[in-house]
Ligand binder design. Sequence first.
Ligand SMILES: Nc1ncnc2c1ncn2[C@@H]1O[C@H](COP(=O)(O)OP(=O)(O)OP(=O)(O)O)[C@@H](O)[C@H]1O
Ligand SMILES: [Mg+2]
Length: 335
Amino acid sequence: MAGFSKDLGIDLGTMFTRIADGTQIIVDEPTIVAIEVADQKMVAVGKEARDMYGRVPDTIEVARPLQNGVIADYEITETLLHVFLKRTSGLIRIFKPNVMISVPYGVTSVESRAVHEAVLQAGAREAYLIQQPLAAALGVDLPINSPSGNMVICLGGGSTQAAVLAMYGIVTAETLRAGGMQLDEAIVTYVRRKYGVIISEVTAEQLKIKIGAAVPQDTEQSMEVQGQDQVTGLPRPVTLTTSEMVEALQEPLKQIAETCRRVLEKTPPELVSDIIDRGMALTGGGALLRGIDKLLTKTLGIPAYLVDNPLTCVAEGAAKALPMYPHLRRSLPPV
Ligand SMILES: Nc1ncnc2c1ncn2[C@@H]1O[C@H](COP(=O)(O)OP(=O)(O)OP(=O)(O)O)[C@@H](O)[C@H]1O
Ligand SMILES: [Mg+2]
């Protein structure tokens, strides 16, 4: 029977959940659910739930069950995983999958046990946990089976994880419980302070993605967005530029760079010299911010580069880790 089971890699992220079957991504959905408040019945999951955000009556709650990479609402997470797993196989009751699921580096044993339990309850036959930076490193094919140093930075929506890896394991690492969402909040604050206009976090994220950058750009872009006048409460449009985005993002980006610096400071010099040669791999949605590679290269003095599959590498690496279990076993979090 086990021969019919799928091996799946799951990246349970604050903003997105991605499931890989080998190198194929079969689920890529926002980690969001819509629930009927009165009876706690689920109305929608993933993209469908996200589209309801800010557009539903009080009787329906649209919620993210994860915060900063860890489960904030256990029941909802379990339901969400169940729905997504069912999509990978209509026959989940008969052909339960074996699952490798990512957790942020440095979570508590209570937090990681919750993930393990949730995915088993959601329909997995066997479940193993893997730290997100280790999965990301496998997903971008870093040679972590050797004694040389490799560095990966996961720039997620709710967390930033920087890690140095060698010999199938994490040598030094740190997690900052802040990520892309904090960049969006910084844009909201900037626009309110400078123009007296309140914009939503969704609008701030659009600004960041369309015209945002971590360092000044040769071509300046601008974008008009709708906000609400802080004093009159009336709708008011405001136009923002790329240089304003760079200014707005400086503080949270500094925190991200500091996290990477602290990891490098704790790393043995032999491994640091390997990293200087090979560079550090930037993964996660935040790696797509224009110029973040340049900013980190400049502030840390070590070349940083964007990987080919920043959004999917954690799920792909987790799927890859399943058959490597005998080698990885000692490095994986206990449950
Ligand atoms: N082009 C882009 N420029 C800047 N930021 C981007 C871009 N595309 C996506 N992002 C940001 O990437 C983040 C989502 O990344 P990702 O899917 O890796 O997060 P996650 O895995 O759900 O979160 P975490 O790993 O922290 O739990 C969001 O904050 C989003 O705004
Ligand atoms: Mg992630």
